[in-house]
Structures are given as structure tokens and as C-alpha cells.
Design a protein around this ligand. Structure first.
Ligand code: FMN
Length: 212
């Protein structure tokens, strides 16, 4: 039996130079927009970058912000540890395409009334921690990545570059309302170079409780 779609997707961090057609990118975007979203708000926006100079510029922005943050602190261990993560936020520069996922705010059901009712702070915090607006964009991103895998492409869900989220957004000459959309995640997109595999998962028993 062949692999099912969930086994086909793995985080890919090395890419060949093979191009990705616009027709295929549109199939992935279509899959993304078929994701469920609270109140069907579809509070997402996708930015596709194929220009290699622009992709490199974005990696530079992240590298510069990484250095700026390190230069601003004295703690050597903190600096070293942060520098180690730079490559996990910039390896996308080797991919032919970069896709950025933006999310607009989402009016969480119950928040207004809880605030008006004077509900305790921890109850409102518990409501907001589930972040339905972000759940929407995550569902869209997963659909995008599963469609990419089905079509033979590699992706990697990335958030570790988000300490430069504002600089990244400001550098994009894209036509969308930057005043309401925030960067949620990015993914490189391309044909994987070499074999791909995923790390082991926890056992089902460890992550599941069946109520009696
Ligand atoms: C919310 C989120 C953020 C992630 N951020 C990064 C990242 O910034 N850089 C990276 O290389 N991988 C990142 N990953 C990929 C995870 O490391 C990867 O999904 C996990 O190790 C499981 O491996 P798999 O995707 O191959 O199954 C992220 C994944 C998720 C879901």
C-alpha cells in the first residue's frame, strides 16, 4: 500500500533548483482556501515570492534582526543559543518559492459578552489562548502543505523568523491591507533535494485520553 497524504508531508529544508509552476501553486492556494475558518471569515492572505533577489533580501532582513537582538544583550549563552536558530529561520533562501501566510484579527465569540459581564481575567485568558483566528490560518497552511506534498513538492512550516515579522511585512511590495494582516508563518516551496523523512511521533496512548 502506498503512503497516505499525511505520510507524504515532511518538513523539507533542502531543495533542488527545479521550478514550481504557477498552475501548481494555484492548486495549493485553492486547497488552502478550502480550509474551515471560524464564521467563514477566511481571515487569511497569502504572499507568493518567486524572485530570488527578494527571497535573499528577506533572509538578510532576518539575519540582520538576529544580529541586532544579539548585539543588544550581554548574556553570552542567550546570544549563542539565539544564533543557533538563525539557520532554522533562513534556510528558505535555497528554495525557488517562498510563501508567506498572513492572518487578520478574528472576533472571538464570547469575548465581548464576557468582558461586559465582568468575567474573571483567567476565564477570558483561557478563551483567548485558543486563538481561533490563528487556528484558521493554521488550517489553511496545513491544507496548502498537504496539497504541495500530493503534487510532489516540499514545504516547511516556519515561525522562527517571526521576531522580524514587522520588517518582513514592511519589505513586501504586495497589494494587501498591511494595517490588519500580521505574519503568521512562512514556508519555502520546491522540489525536495534527496530523501525526506519526519521525526518520530509520540505514541497515541501518550497523547490521547478516552473518557469512560
Ligand atoms: C508552528 C510550527 C513552527 C515551526 N517552525 C519551524 C521553523 O521556524 N524552522 C524549521 O526549520 N522548522 C519549523 N517547524 C517544523 C517542525 O520542526 C516540524 O514540523 C517537526 O519537527 C515535525 O517534523 P515534520 O514536519 O517533518 O513531520 C515548525 C512547525 C510548526 C508546526
Amino acid at each position: 500500500m502506498g503512503k497516505d497524504i499525511f505520510e507524504l508531508r515532511s518538513s523539507v529544508r533542502k531543495f533542488s533548483d527545479d521550478p514550481v509552476s504557477d498552475a501548481d501553486i494555484k492548486k495549493m492556494l485553492k486547497a488552502a482556501t478550502l480550509a474551515p475558518s471560524g464564521k467563514n471569515m477566511q481571515n487569511w492572505h497569502f504572499v507568493i515570492v518567486k524572485n530570488k533577489d527578494k527571497i535573499n533580501e528577506l533572509a538578510d532582513i532576518i539575519a540582520k534582526k538576529n544580529k541586532k537582538l544579539r548585539d543588544a544583550v550581554d548574556d553570552g549563552d542567550l546570544k549563542d543559543n539565539f544564533k543557533k536558530y538563525l539557520k532554522f529561520g533562513t534556510f528558505f533562501k535555497d528554495a525557488p518559492v517562498l510563501v508567506l501566510f498572513f492572518a487578520a484579527p478574528y472576533p472571538v465569540t464570547g469575548r465581548n459578552i464576557m468582558e461586559a459581564a465582568g468575567s474573571p481575567k483567567e476565564e477570558i485568558e483561557a478563551l483567548m489562548k485558543a486563538e481561533p483566528g490563528i487556528q484558521n490560518i493554521a488550517a489553511a497552511a496545513e491544507n496548502f502543505m498537504l496539497k504541495a506534498a500530493e503534487l510532489g513538492y516540499g514545504t516547511c512550516w516556519m515561525t522562527s523568523q517571526n521576531y522580524a515579522a514587522l520588517e518582513i511585512k514592511a519589505s513586501l511590495e504586495a497589494d494587501f491591507d498591511k494595517s490588519i494582516f500580521d505574519l503568521a508563518l512562512i514556508t519555502p516551496l520546491g522540489v525536495p533535494a534527496g530523501e525526506v523523512s519526519s521525526p518520530k511521533r509520540k505514541a497515541l496512548e501518550e497523547v490521547t485520553s478516552w473518557l469512560k
